[in-house]
Design a protein around this ligand. Structure first.
Ligand code: 5AD
Ligand code: FES
Length: 351
């Protein structure tokens, strides 16, 4: 029938019209989702085999000047516990991660004004000097083009900046007036232009999301062609305006992971911590639906609970080694293994 036809076409052509993406989402059922997941897992096996890439996540600051309505570390949450890691702490997390087999480090944090270009460039340079065989990914929000360029020149390889939604009206409902969809898109374009492997992405089930806004997300992903794409369920945080909004579903998140794998067979697609938070085997199911990356936590255990974007986040009590071991076992349980590899986007070389 119609949905099956759309899936077959998506697999062949890696593209549907925006209307068809919406139709696919609206018309999905258990059977079509299973077909889609099978095709997505097939593609993933062809491109990446049994290997799942890992990135060691270091949450460098819970201080943020922004006020996104969904986020637990938004400026207007006075209950959020704020911390900022020192450059020495960040480097020692990375050293520990290196010993554990991580070859990519993701420095993620709120938009903390203390992390100036000078400070960050120093950290990136030191990290690359200590571990020249590692990739450095930054996930630090919106910055100027000059700033992105300076960080790239200091050695950063990749940048994650979720677009959050490709619909400007929807974007405005998730963010305060001081933030703009246009600047978000400007950042993404600049990052790509500079030469970063760029990651975009969105939350599944965010307030005001519709099949139509999701169709725009998929069309954006298709045309922007990111190297990475981070999607995970929206999970309400008790101290945000969205505290009473429903959590995004496992089912729709898995479905969209599969769709994205068919649109961009080579994209790096994480099974996110948020997915692991809404279901005990969420990340395993994410891998089986087409994801190929996991990002265990390397932050010092003492700060992990403070980097709380949403309620009930997992992996906040575990040491880094435990977290890696736990994920290794989880991936083995579904027939995959963790690769000791930078895990670059296929075909990518730094300019
Ligand atoms: N639930 C799920 N994901 C969230 N993020 C922020 N707040 C939440 C939430 N409540 C995501 C955003 C951001 C990324 C770092 O975390 O998409 O880009
Ligand atoms: Fe962190 Fe399981 S992955 S404890």
């Amino acid at each position: 029938e119609r949905i099956k036809e759309l899936i077959v076409r998506l697999e062949k052509e890696h593209s549907l019209s925006e209307t068809e993406y919406a139709e696919l989402i609206t018309g999905r059922d258990e059977e079509s989702a299973a077909l889609l997941a099978r095709k997505a897992a097939e593609k993933q096996k062809v491109v990446f085999g049994d290997a799942v890439y890992t990135r060691g996540l270091i949450e460098i600051s819970s201080i943020c000047k922004n006020n996104c309505l969904y986020c637990g570390i938004r400026r207007d949450n006075p209950k959020a516990e704020r911390y900022r890691l020192t450059p020495e702490e960040i480097l020692s997390c990375a050293d520990e991660g290196y010993e554990l087999g991580f070859r990519t480090f993701v420095l993620q944090g709120g938009e903390d004004p203390a992390f100036t270009d000078a400070v960050l460039c120093g950290i990136v340079r030191a990290l690359k000097q200590r571990h020249p065989d590692c990739a450095v990914t930054l996930s630090l929000g919106e910055r100027s083009s000059e700033s992105y360029q300076a960080l790239y020149d200091a050695g950063a390889d990749r940048y994650l900046l979720r677009h959050e939604t490709a619909d400007a009206g929807h974007y405005a409902k998730l963010h305060p007036k001081e933030m703009s969809f246009e600047n978000r898109m400007r950042c993404l374009r600049d990052l790509k232009e500079i030469g970063y492997q760029v990651g975009c992405g969105f939350m599944v089930g965010s307030p005001f999301q519709t099949p139509e806004t999701l169709a725009k997300d998929l069309k954006f992903i298709e045309t922007f062609r990111p190297a990475m794409c981070g999607i995970g369920p929206f999970i309400p945080h008790r101290n945000t305006p969205f505290r009473n909004e429903p959590t995004g579903t496992l089912e729709l998140t898995l479905f969209l992971l599969s769709v994205i794998r068919l649109i961009l067979p080579e994209v790096l697609l994480p099974a996110t911590t948020a997915l692991g938070t809404i279901h005990p085997r969420g990340r395993e199911m994410g891998i089986q639906a087409g994801a190929n990356v996991v990002m265990p936590n390397l932050s010092p255990v003492g700060v992990r609970k403070k980097y709380e974007l949403y309620d009930n986040k997992i992996c906040t009590g575990e040491e880094s080694a435990q977290c890696r071991g736990c994920l290794e076992a989880r991936m083995r349980s579904v027939g995959y293994h963790l690769a000791v590899d930078r895990g670059d986007a296929p075909g990518w070389t730094k300019k």
